[in-house]
Design a protein around this ligand. Structure first.
Ligand SMILES: N[C@@H](CCC(=O)N[C@@H](CS)C(=O)NCC(=O)O)C(=O)O
Length: 205
């Protein structure tokens, strides 16, 4: 049995959607980060980084969205959430790594600037760059990574629930999604999927 540790509305939504999409047997455990539950000793034993998501598996805990998404895809091969060819897999990895290491971090400068600077002036300066940085990321995704109706083309994959977050991050930051028609269409297509709607309801979205 898998257990997903999640906070409502957090990026844990991505693996949560993927678990639903692949028909996994799983449980969820809410970690309300707004109440600081991710910093409590019980959760730090699960993930000492004090972040969600984390996925408890029979072999141990996995953290970091790209690793969690890949694990779910690889343990449910019949759902075909990872492409077969090494090159297409590398493209999937590239997008997930970009979302994790660049886009999510660019968004985090909006509310989590204290991770990088103590001075409020510096934190405010970081906030002023968030929309520009997210727009730059969105342009790269629009031009290079979004290959069709779904991220990798015609086939829904592990990238799609993660990519779903980009418009959400942009909206929270006040960026204008209408400049990115492919990303906007992807977001609309995600909202047509029963698994996405079911998981969003659990997250109160
Ligand atoms: N690189 C991590 C980022 C996880 C992350 O930053 N999660 C946020 C929620 S979306 C979090 O736990 N924030 C709590 C905090 O910053 O204190 C991943 O991809 O899983």
């Amino acid at each position: 049995m898998l257990t997903l540790y999640y906070a409502k509305g957090s990026s844990a939504l991505a693996p949560h959607i993927l678990l639903e999409e692949v028909g996994a047997q799983y449980a969820v455990h809410e970690v309300p980060i707004a109440k600081g539950a991710h910093r409590e000793p019980e959760y730090l034993e699960i993930n000492p980084k004090a972040r969600v998501p984390a996925l408890m598996t029979p072999e141990g805990v996995i953290t970091e969205n790209p690793a969690i998404l890949t694990y779910i895809a690889e343990t449910h091969p019949r759902a075909e959430m990872l492409p077969d060819s090494p090159f297409a897999r590398a493209e999937a990895n590239t997008l997930c790594a970009y979302l994790c290491g660049t886009v999510h971090v660019a968004f985090a400068h909006l509310q989590r600037g204290a991770r990088w600077a103590d001075s409020t002036d510096a934190q405010d300066a970081m906030k002023t760059k968030v929309v520009t940085n997210l727009n730059d990321c969105a342009q790269i995704i629009e031009d290079r990574h979004l290959k069709g109706r779904w991220a990798l083309g015609d086939q829904f994959s592990l990238c799609d629930p993660y990519l779903f977050f980009v418009p959400r991050w942009m909206a929270k930051a006040g960026a204008d999604l209408s400049q990115f028609p492919k990303l906007a269409a992807h977001h609309d297509a995600m909202l047509q999927r029963p698994a996405v709607l079911a998981v969003m309801a659990v997250h109160g979205l």
